[in-house]
Ligand binder design. Structure first.
Ligand SMILES: Cc1cc2nc3c(=O)[nH]c(=O)nc-3n(C[C@H](O)[C@H](O)[C@H](O)COP(=O)(O)O)c2cc1C
Length: 191
């Protein structure tokens, strides 16, 4: 008998992957989203993310085309098509850089254009070292994203790859991220 999938208010998730070193763990999370949770997942990568993990790797784990700035010229208007396709945009891992751009309406790449053009709810999953996370500039940008109606998953302590100590601020386990996003989307729809 096929596994019963938990009910979430979204089925098609566009993961907008940024260039945090945490992106190396993203393929595993995507596999869980696809096979354990039954979600349809597409991935758009920033150039920095694509320098860690290729679009080809995400095509393999999602079974869907993955997009980076190199595929932006493909037929169709990728940022609009992807925005229309998704019923949740999950910016994960979200770098300080992309958070800053999104907070200021900057759309200078396929990923940031998808985020700005999205009609679906957008949820950010920040990932960076604690010093960056604590900077007033980053906190201002986070507040701006919330004020603009976006979700921001509160980061938890994670291993910083550079030191092996828990000085990173990153994503809770993927199930918790999706539970948080489900609650956010439900409250947004009902409120
Ligand atoms: C090895 C390495 C790890 C990095 N990890 C992070 C990180 O965890 N969080 C972050 O905000 N930036 C991190 N950066 C910096 C980003 O890659 C850089 O700001 C980049 O411009 C982000 O681009 P994007 O937001 O378009 O993905 C890292 C850079 C390198 C070289």
């Amino acid at each position: 008998m096929p596994a019963a999938h938990p009910v979430t208010p979204f089925r098609r998730v566009l993961v907008a992957a940024c260039g945090s070193s945490d992106v190396v763990t993203l393929p595993q999370s995507v596999l869980a989203m696809r096979f354990a949770l039954g979600l349809q997942v597409r991935v758009v990568l920033s150039a920095a993310a694509a320098s860690f993990v290729t679009a080809k790797a995400f095509t393999a784990v999602t079974g869907e085309p993955a997009y980076d700035d190199g595929t932006a010229e493909a037929p169709g208007v990728a940022h609009l098509d992807l925005g229309r396709w998704a019923d949740l945009v999950l910016v994960m891992p979200a770098t300080a850089n992309t958070i800053g751009k999104a907070a200021h309406g900057i759309a200078d790449s396929l990923l940031t254009t998808c985020v700005l053009a999205a009609s679906a709810p957008v949820v950010f999953v920040p990932s960076m070292n604690a010093a960056m996370w604590d900077r007033p500039a980053v906190q201002r940008n986070i507040e701006q994203l919330r004020a603009d109606g976006h979700g921001v998953v509160p980061p938890v302590g994670v291993l910083a790859l550079s030191t092996g100590t828990v000085t990173g601020r990153g994503a809770p386990p993927i199930g918790e991220v999706l539970q948080w996003a489900a609650t956010f989307v439900g409250e947004r729809r009902d409120g």
